[in-house]
Write a protein that binds this ligand. Structure first.
Ligand code: ADP
Length: 396
């Protein structure tokens, strides 16, 4: 069975075709500038194909993906019927979805309903779903939600200290994101530890351009750092993370800005980019800091400190942990980041193996055997997780 995994944004569409017998990625690609002009980049093994044919809408993008997959030269299938199902990444499932589901008209209505919580993402996800329904009639489609893994959080974790009526009326609460990644590395960590997933207590750190931590007790999420939106939690590449909420009003008055403008600053001009004035990319920050750039150093220090503080918080939330897992761009690649964060935990006896911490791309334990809380690096694979959920739901 081959599963097509789609991640639709408002002007982009990322895809992978995965062979579920081997978990091999047969083809991977990206449509960009949908509705503007259009660009498709497709890779299958060592073959690469780039097209700049116009992509006026998502129907055109899905058609272009189909054509690329079927192409005699760089294609990987000979008939659409070889695709057994389509798994869609859907950003917000609100309180309606605690796991992945086969898409029905009711599911689409619920995704639409959650659009007010993710106005940039859910409408684009729905457009992708509708395009596939139109162009691949009869092929089952599955929605895999970024929020689903976090739906096991208890009320005490997800409720904000706001009037309860606002939760009832607008569903203002913590939802959390990157759930597919946190779930994937939780399962992998259980495998590496040789334990059933419902017996592991871990803290997962997804540190990419956007980042979040999850506290996982007996395999289930009990807390996470992102909130109603992906702006909350740790300091990120360009997002501010947790700040005093009164700063929003203060800035509106002091700078004469609208709410939208403040939102834009907090999402796009803050985080390590805003602090350093150098870059949102940790490779640039490392380089600048080692050349003596003080603000780059402060940005990195603030990032490490915030992540370590949340680990401390979550050690309390789950009464001590078996392991801490690092994943995503920074978590998987930056040994210096992992070291700086784990140094804060040395009073607990946490100790990294420097040799293992310097390696990349491998799922493994990077702490010394005697470390009471083990530390792992586990490369995330959200696409495989989406494909596996899709396969499971379609084939029972
Ligand atoms: P997202 O999916 O949120 O865009 P990724 O998980 O791809 O993010 O992570 C991207 C980030 O990973 C980059 O911004 C960069 O800071 C970081 N990164 C990638 N490689 C390295 C590296 N070798 N050292 C430090 N940071 C790295």
């Amino acid at each position: 069975m081959k599963i097509l995994v789609l991640n639709c944004g408002s002007s982009s569409l990322k895809y992978q075709l995965i062979d579920m017998d081997t978990n091999d990625v047969m083809a991977v690609g990206l449509c960009e500038r949908i509705g503007i002009d259009g660009r498709l980049k497709h890779e299958a093994g060592d073959k690469e194909f780039i097209s700049e044919d116009p992509l006026p809408d998502h129907d055109a993008a899905v058609t272009a993906v189909m054509n690329a997959l079927l192409d005699k030269d760089h294609g990987v299938i000979s008939d659409i019927s070889e695709i057994g199902g389509v798994g869609h990444r859907v950003v917000h499932g609100g309180e309606s979805f605690a796991s992945s589901v086969i898409i029905t008209p009711e599911v689409k209505a619920a995704i639409q309903d959650c659009s007010k919580l993710a106005p940039l993402h859910n409408p684009a996800n729905l457009i992708g779903i509708n395009a596939c329904e139109k162009l691949m009639p009869g092929v089952k489609q599955v929605a895999v939600f970024d929020t689903a893994f976090h739906q096991t959080m208890p009320e005490k974790a997800y409720l904000y200290g706001l009037p309860y009526e606002l939760y009832e009326k607008h569903k203002i609460r913590k939802y959390g994101f990157h759930g597919t990644s946190h779930k994937y590395v939780t399962q992998k960590c259980a495998e590496l530890m040789g334990k059933p997933v419902d017996e592991i207590n871990i803290i997962t750190c997804h540190l990419g351009n956007g980042g979040s931590l999850a506290a996982v007790k007996n395999g289930k999420c009990v807390d996470t750092t992102m909130g109603l939106t992906p702006l909350a939690g740790i300091i990120m590449g360009t997002r501010c993370g947790d700040i005093d909420p009164a700063i929003v009003n203060f800035l509106m008055e002091a700078e004469g800005l609208s709410g939208k403008e403040v939102d834009n600053i907090m999402n796009k001009q803050s985080g390590v980019l805003g602090l350093s004035g150098v870059s949102s990319d940790f490779r640039d920050l490392d380089a600048a800091a080692s050349e003596g750039n003080k603000r780059a150093k402060i940005a990195l220090d603030a990032f490490h400190y915030r992540v370590a503080k949340f680990i401390g918080e979550y050690l309390v939330a789950i009464n001590g942990a078996d392991a801490i897992v690092f994943t995503a761009g920074i978590g998987e690649n930056s040994g210096s980041t992992r070291k700086a964060i784990c140094d804060y935990l040395s009073f607990l006896g946490v100790e990294l193996d420097p040799e293992k911490n310097s390696q990349r791309g491998k799922a493994q334990m990077i702490s010394v055997e005697s470390s009471p809380i083990k530390v792992y690096v586990i490369p995330t694979n959200e696409e495989l997780m989406i494909a596996q959920d899709t396969n499971r739901l379609i084939n029972g």
